[in-house]
Design a protein around this ligand. Sequence first.
Ligand code: PEP
Ligand code: MG
Length: 584
Amino acid sequence: MRRGIPVSPGIAIGTAYVIHQIYVSPSSKRLEDFEITAELANYETARDKAASDLLALERKVDAQVGHEEASIFAVHQSILRDTAFTKKIRGWIVDERMAAPAALHRLLGEYTALFTKTKDDYLQERLNDVRDVILRLSGHMTEVTKPQSSIEGPLIVVTDELLPSQAVMLGDADVQGIVTQAGSQTSHAAIIARSRGIPAVSGVKKILRKVKTGDTIVVDGRYGTVEINPGIETLTAYRKLEREFFDLKDKLAANRDLPATTVDNVDLQLLANINGENDAIAAERMGASGIGLYRTEYLYLTHQDVPDEEQQYSVYRKIIEASPNREVTIRTLDIGGDKTVAYLGHDHKEANPFMGWRSIRLSFEHPEFFNTQIRAIVRAASDVPDSTTRIMFPMVTTLEEVRKLRSMVRRAYKTLETRGIKTRKIEVGMMLEVPAAAVSIETMLDQVDFVSIGSNDLVQYLMAADRDNPKVSHLCQPLAPPVLITLKRVIEACNRSNTPVTLCGEMAGKPGAFLLLLGMGLRRFSMSPAFVPSIKQLTRQVSIKQAEQILETAMKFKTTAKVKHYMAETVGELAPDLQLLSSR
Ligand code: PEP
Ligand code: MG
């Protein structure tokens, strides 16, 4: 058994399909004189094929998924056209008589050495793009990396980190589980797995050395464990669990049209967090009642420069149209911290990026781009009939910021009016994720139409424990008593002033945390689409009174460990089957 990080819950059993990032050892044979021209031609043919693959992929993804997701393949085409890239490969073929696959392998080595020195996630992602292009090129020259069509599903994909093109390719295959060697809760593989409800485990050290295509693999997304070719007894036990997991998923999927109403008839809003149009479609499928958080930064991360007003407008419109009940809360750019965009001046290193130049702090310093985004949101919100679109600003710290943001929204209306564009008033809200704002929330409430608690950040700032650093993950805990005290205060303050309040951090989709938030008076929850069915099930099994009692007991415990233990026990008693659908 191997251990990793549980990133998407559930149990999956299947045949391993190992995707090596690059063929392991290309031939080191030196070319003869007469072979050089043929090898150059070989490389050019592979380039042509890769270019037409990428164009076809871009069109397909654009039509079937969305423009922003497709743009990654335009980036790949530009890497393929890059003259320095091709010059190096051709140079090594001619001057050093290397076969093209070996030259590609060497180039990948150079890029890897260059990029791995950086801790910058954005650059790391660009390395994935370069790697993806090299993999595609080499796939056209060797047989090794081509998908093996003889492998029968259900498949468990085992890879270092899932690349964007691989993720698209997997769309057609019967993939039931994902295991990655690298990666974390926020890696590409984790996000895809969660949004599709596929069990997944990331960060499993050396897994690529232990597994070969064709092995039987069990993925346990509850505990983050992976079994390779297990014995018959283990396999039988897991098969039983897997059946229960499927039955539960079917049962929960049948809930999708039922209202999220508690036993004592209180209606809740179960909303979804999305990064793009396909997530909005998943949210509809899972029975979410709207979108509580649309993270627009993915639109920027997949562009080489700032998307203009028209491009943004059309993406936002599509998202609104695809969303359940056409209800969407669009968050303005939340870049900085671990996500950087070089074209917005992120070419320098900060000592404390999470406490530095991120979110609105950065947007304020790029007023031309910030105003463009606000205008695009207001326009899209005004143009889609029967929709409720709201604009939300991340990382709000002070009252002055709120006032400034409101005046920027007013300015957007004015500019659009002078252009003769008809607009509708939209609600303006703040994310509450900085402790200073939590402490002084009462002073801000009359300036905002709604509040959304970003507990992922609020917890890390409150506990002074980086959300992405495994060394301090014992501190970065949403069920820590100081976090519960803060959340309760904020929710009560919002309710007292009749300001709608939502929580859109990861904890909203976790049964134990959900019960406590319900007890605190929260009625709007926004989560990964895949968690909506199980939280709906729980909603329909509990009363507000029960949740209040659970909260009262939980708040008496003085340590995180005690709260966690009590909540695990409580969820176990209240909804034992849901344990199959939660990650520890
Ligand atoms: C949060 O901080 O809880 C949140 C929802 O925003 P993000 O995870 O994008 O920072
Ligand atoms: Mg946040």
